[in-house]
Design a protein around this ligand. Sequence first.
Ligand code: GTP
Ligand code: MG
Length: 326
Amino acid sequence: MSNEGLDIDVRELPGVGEVTARKLKEAGIYTVRELLLYSPIYLSELLNISEERAEKLVITAHDFLRERGLISDDFISAEELLEKIKRRRYITTGSRNLDNLLKGGIATQAVTEFYGEFGSGKTQLCHTLAVNVQLPESEGGLNQNAIYIDTEKTFSPSRIVEIATAKGLNPSDVLKNIIVARAYNTTHLLLLIKMLPEKIKSNNVGLVAIDSAVAPFRAEYLGRGKLAERQQLLNRLMHDLIRIAELYDAAIVITNQVQAQPDIMFGDPTKPVGGHVVAHAVTYRIYLRKAKQKGLRIASIVDSPEHPPGETLFLISEEGITDPTT
Ligand code: GTP
Ligand code: MG
């Protein structure tokens, strides 16, 4: 999708009157293009309208933009796909090894998942990225701001200060440019996600970190009986995230823990929570684990169409994520 026409007001859509426009805006949907972020079923719940009406709205928005040449066809050529990938921007992780593994760092227009057991470095990585996105482009940043959604009460402003200071940045400036939201449960998390487009636009945000995106679902939807419901909500969340990343040219990073699988006898007895729903939705998936030496971590790239399988070492140090000192 191109980013032109982002600012066409929903009121300009044929068939949208004052009342619908107001409902849309109350739900955080201001522009025609933002309407395309929503599935009709979700939209009908949000606006308290029938599914038929919601579907019509989405189709009208789609046609409206296509007639004006503001979105390309849903079928795109491989060449266009390559162009799209080329337009991605990258945020350095702080480790050249890890950046190389990811072919340039954390990509915009994509959702990158880091999963691993406790202490594997997921939270440290999110903190580092919230600082690095603010660096100038010449230093591997995007010269933009960060949103940090914390579901585990592990966001630490003092750790941000430490990382920023070690990088020679002004810590209070860096802190000002990170917007933090604590999500208390899955309902709250989904509400915050609904507000993301507005927050991204008004705060020049290039990175959204969600630490952890999956843990609240795991905690609240326990047992087999709840599994279908959980997967459905997770599916919606993932779907929203990928569309938001593409639409606003933002990098979205989510973390996920691994669940022990005592029934597996061979290989690595762990796999990320959320199963195939998360696996299929995220653009990139990176598995983190501890190495023997203190502070050292191993990152491996899992199932990426764009990357050969591989792994690399990085270090968690005072200045956040860095390379091992050899
Ligand atoms: P869970 O959220 O429990 O699943 O773990 P996580 O993957 O988020 O781990 P986290 O990123 O919190 O990594 C924890 C590791 O980072 C610790 O084991 C420490 O070794 C290291 N670490 C945490 N804080 C600091 C710090 O302030 N300085 C340094 N040098 N290392 C730190
Ligand atoms: Mg953590």
